[in-house]
Design a protein around this ligand. Structure first.
Ligand code: ZN
Length: 240
């Protein structure tokens, strides 16, 4: 299943920033995707696999800010700042889940039925503030009631199977330090990076709206409805 999303208007993005300000990362992801999917699909966002959620967020990020994303990380060996550029759209398109339905995992001589973890699973695990979220997630996705889903070995095998079946569930960036050539991997938390960018955008837009409203007496909704180019032209008329 493709996670189709539409672009959001500046006023919608600011509203979403306000709505999700005090929420968890998963709630923010669901808010953004429910707003950006067609009404008949929005109800199903919680049932999207975590890989689909990340793919949807990468597509939405492409529509809002473009496909190129700068990511900064500190080298674990020499603390140099390592800068890398990601192609959000290429990442979203490269890795779709292999199957939507129940999957099977060969483990300990048995075939274990499981399904891909969804946004709803992660919301439930986060809401219960479980002491071991990975174990709580395993318990939800194993479909064989008799299986010991709390076993650490099964949990690890399941995580590996999920990563193979739905590669965008967890995104790991392979990085190389430009100074000392150390290689390491860094998890990419798409929603957190995207949210930080949206917060900056909301702050910038609010500043621009305040300047234009003060100078011309226009309403916020009218200023936000202008194209960025048009807004910029009026801003250039104002004293610095
Ligand atoms: Zn280094």
């Amino acid at each position: 299943m493709r996670s189709a999303v539409r672009a959001l208007a500046p006023s919608e993005l600011i509203d979403l920033c306000d709505a999700g300000d005090a929420s968890s990362s998963t709630t923010r992801a669901v808010l953004l995707l429910e707003a950006a999917t067609e009404a008949d699909e929005a109800g199903s966002v919680r049932d999207w696999s975590l890989g689909q959620v990340n793919a949807g967020l990468l597509r939405l990020r492409t529509l809002v800010f473009g496909r190129r994303m700068e990511v900064l990380a500190d080298c674990p060996a020499c603390a140099a700042i390592c800068e890398s550029e990601l192609d959000c759209l290429a990442m979203a398109e490269a890795a779709a889940p292999t199957a939507a339905g129940p999957l099977t995992l060969a483990f300990g001589g048995a075939e274990i039925a499981y399904r891909l973890p969804t946004a709803a699973d992660l919301l439930a695990v986060t809401a219960r503030a479980s002491s071991d979220p990975a174990q709580a997630l395993s318990r939800r996705i194993v479909l064989d009631g008799g299986m010991d889903a709390d076993s650490g070995e099964l949990g690890a095998a399941l995580a590996e199977a999920v990563a193979a079946a739905d590669p965008l569930t967890h995104i790991e960036l392979a990085l190389t330090c430009p100074d000392c050539a150390t290689r390491w991997t860094e998890p990419l938390h798409v929603v957190d990076l995207f949210w930080a960018e949206l917060r900056n955008l909301a702050a910038r837009l609010t500043f621009d709206v305040a300047r234009l409203a003060q100078a011309f007496g226009w309403r916020e909704s009218d200023i936000l409805a202008m194209s960025p180019r048009r807004r910029q032209r009026y801003l250039e008329l104002l004293p610095p």
